[in-house]
Structure formats: C-alpha cells, structure tokens
Design a protein around this ligand. Structure first.
Ligand SMILES: Nc1ncnc2c1ncn2[C@@H]1O[C@H](COP(=O)(O)OP(=O)(O)OP(=O)(O)O)[C@@H](O)[C@H]1O
Ligand SMILES: [Mg+2]
Length: 415
C-alpha cells in the first residue's frame, strides 16, 4: 500500500458488516486482529467456517453483508461459476474480496471484471487486510472525500479560535476550497465576533435538526462569510446550559461532511465528549500551545491521550506554537518543547497583539494584515499536504465501484 492509501483509510470507518468465509486459520487470525484496530470500532466482523458454497447457503438464507470475503483454495473456472451463483444471492450493494492461493494476474483481472473489489494472495497480514477492507468500505459506503480539521488548544486562551478562523479563511480563499467552519462551544462561542455575524441559532438546535434529518432548517443556519467560506451561525445557546449530546453532534458532522470538502472545527470550547468525537475522526488535528510550562505540559498529556484514542496513530497531529515571546524569560526553550512533545512544532507564531486583537475585535482577516499573510501561509502548509492527498483520492473515487451483486446481475442479464 502506498502512503496515500494508508492515510486515506486512516479514519473511523462507517458502520458496516463484513463476513469472512474461510477454512484457513492464519486468515482467521489476521481478520480477528482487526477487532482491536480503532478504525473498525463500528464495523461488525463475522467469521464463518466454510467456502464459497457455504457463503451461497448463508447469504440465500439471510441478509447480505456489506462486504463478503471468500478465501478459496480453488481458483479454476468452477470457482468463478460458484462466485456467479453467490452474486445472485447477494444484495446489489455487497462488495467482495477474494483471497486465493496464487498470484495470478489473469485471474485478478477476471475477478475485478466480475465486480470483485480485490484479489489477495494468502497468507494475508492484518495490516494489509485492514487497509483493503477499509478502502473497499470507504468506496462502497460512499464516505465522502471531505477532510475534517480539528483545531484544539492545549489549554484555554492559547489562540485556538483566532487560528481556526484564520485557517478556514485561508482554506477558502487561498486554497480555493469550499470550507465550513464551526465550533463546539455552544453559548461560549466567540466565532460570531471574529467572523462578524449575528448568531441565528444555537448549537443545540443545529444538532437536533441534523439528527432529525431536517435539511431545510439546517440550510438556514449557515452564514456565508465569503464566496467559499460558510460558518454555522450558532452561539445563541444559554451559556450555563448543558452542552449537546455527542451522537447528535456527530449527525451534524456527517451532514456537513457530505456537503463541504473541508470542515474546520474549533474545539476550544467543547466538552471532552465532543472533543473525543472530533479527534477520533479528524484527518488533521492542529494542537495549539503557548511556550509556557502549563500549556506545554498539557500539550504533552493531550498528545498521549490522542495517541491512545487513535490506536497509536498521531501522524496527523501538528503542533502549533503560538504567542512566542509573550514572556520570553518564562518560556520553555524551543528545544525543550520539542523534546517534551517528541516532535518539533510545525508552525511557530509570534506574540503580536496589534495584529491578533485587532483581527478578532474588528473581524478583519488575519491574512489581510502585513505580517498576517505569512502566519496564514504557515498554518496552511499541513492543510496543503492533506488536500494534495485528497485530490488523488477524489480522482479515484469518481469511479465508484458497485457491489459484486450489481455487476454480476448486469452481466447475467446481457448474456
Ligand atoms: N499570537 C498571538 N499574539 C497576540 N495575541 C494573540 C495571539 N494569538 C491569539 N491571541 C489573542 O489571544 C486571545 C485568545 O484567543 P482565542 O480566543 O482565539 O483563544 P482560545 O484558545 O480560543 O480561547 P478559549 O479557550 O477561551 O476558547 C485573543 O484576544 C486573541 O486575539
Ligand atoms: Mg476559543
């Protein structure tokens, strides 16, 4: 698998059922091991002792899984015939992967032409199997190519909101991406001041509308800040009310990710539950810290927790060191920060109240200030990297593969 493919599948996968039919213990083990892969938290993995015949019987009797994996020792014409029979008992949307004994290009081509998503050669390793299943499910269930960017502070007041705003402006105007910006702060939101709008709704109402599938109301809750920049017009919540439920917040996220290629979420005011939801799903996380000891310590702890949350994967977390030289005598030296966080900051931003405070108070774009442009450019570097990947993926996913059931049914209809 290439690096691009790996990062493409490095997301929490959609809810799906995957059934493996096999008689091989190594394949079973590799498949079982996926249960501890964080990406598969919502995927039901079933192992059934048997072959293509068993699969035909099982699928004729019950509901089709989203993905069927058949491990076989026979790859002759008889097998292709039985695969065709299997397709007849599957739903149109079911995808299939075949695991066989030999590397055979002709067979691979034949199976792919029949609608099989991939042909793997035994023995299959967990990593490879996981990535193949993940990319098949992503293509099939149609998870969008949208990119979710989380901006979170190591502690309060470190500049998370102003930087999330600057990032969203940059993504929309400099990178030309249709971008959506929202926060998880409810009544504590300061987005309306920074982005210059009057909140027309509450986060509570927005997540309710999303969980009820009320798209009309949702579309009225969006403030368009620029040609390509859209903001959730929330913030009218009662400040001392409880925050929204995590499941409903996730429904709002699903809705937005179906519409906007880039979704930026400012997590500075969110509850731990909302932060967890976003951090688990984010394709890129910008962790903002100042060079002061309490902030650097909190950043270190958070990096550890994010790592655990994402099953060890924190390659997509970038550290933003903000307000450098705010109090030079009391700051942790950069080399120590790098040592403590086990990574250099990807972006370093100087303390500059004239630019920042005027930006947020007068709702001026950070990038419109003299030195602001270079700050935005440095913030956008990780986003550029992320989107370069998604362009490649976008091209691939234009050609959506149908399920094996659908393709084989059409082939049969023609003959
Ligand atoms: N590099 C900087 N130089 C000077 N001031 C800055 C800088 N970055 C942010 N600020 C200012 O710091 C203050 C806090 O910023 P902001 O509200 O974005 O922080 P936050 O982390 O979102 O806070 P909260 O935890 O309250 O949500 C604002 O007045 C902002 O303009
Ligand atoms: Mg904030």
């Amino acid at each position: 698998m290439s690096e691009e493919d790996k990062s493409h599948t490095s997301i929490l996968l959609p809810g799906a059922r995957v059934a493996l039919f096999t008689t091989d213990s190594e394949t079973k083990e590799a498949f079982h091991a996926l249960e501890s892969d964080w990406r598969f938290a919502r995927v039901v993995l079933e192992t059934i002792e048997g072959d293509v015949e068993t699969a035909i019987k099982s699928c004729s009797a019950g509901e089709s899984p989203d993905l069927i994996i058949i491990q076989t020792e026979d790859i002759d014409d008889g097998f292709s015939d039985r695969l065709e029979a299997l397709a007849g008992s599957l739903s149109e949307h079911t995808s299939a992967i075949v695991i066989g004994p030999d590397n055979d290009v002709n067979l691979y081509r034949k199976l792919v032409a029949m609608g099989v998503s991939d042909y793997l050669v035994r023995p299959v390793k967990t990593d490879m199997l996981g990535n193949e299943i993940a990319s098949t499910l992503i293509e099939q269930v149609g998870t969008s190519d949208s990119r979710l960017i989380a901006v979170m502070g190591a502690k309060g007041g470190v500049g998370t909101t102003v930087l999330a705003e600057a990032l969203a402006w940059g993504s929309a105007s400099d990178l030309n991406q249709k971008t959506f910006l929202m926060d998880a702060s409810g009544g504590w939101s300061t987005l309306s001041v920074g982005m210059n709008f009057e909140p027309s709704t509450t986060l509570g109402e927005a997540v309710r509308a999303a969980s009820e599938g009320n798209e009309d109301s949702l579309s009225r809750m969006v403030y368009q800040a620029d040609e390509k920049l859209f903001v959730l017009s929330s913030g009218g919540d009662v400040m001392l009310d409880d925050s929204v439920e995590q499941e409903k917040f996730e429904a709002l996220l699903e809705y937005l990710m179906g519409l906007y290629p880039v979704v930026v979420v400012d997590l500075s005011g969110g509850t731990a539950a909302l932060k967890r939801t976003i951090l688990t799903r984010a394709h890129l996380t910008m962790l903002v810290t100042t060079p002061t000891l309490p902030s650097v310590r909190a950043a270190r702890t958070l990096l550890q927790e994010i790592k655990e949350l994402r099953g060890g994967d924190i390659d997509d977390v970038e550290v933003v060191l903000n307000m450098q030289n705010y109090a030079p005598k009391f700051e942790v030296p950069k080399a120590q920060i790098q040592e403590g966080l086990e990574r250099p900051p990807s972006v370093t931003i100087p303390f500059d109240p004239a630019i920042f405070v005027s930006t947020e108070s007068e709702a001026v774009k950070l990038g419109d200030h003299n030195q602001g442009g270079s700050i935005v450019e440095s913030l956008l570097a990780p986003v550029r990297k992320l989107l370069a990947i998604s362009v490649v993926e976008g091209q691939g996913s234009d050609v959506k593969k149908g399920g094996i059931g659908g393709i084989l049914t059409k082939l049969k209809a023609k003959s």
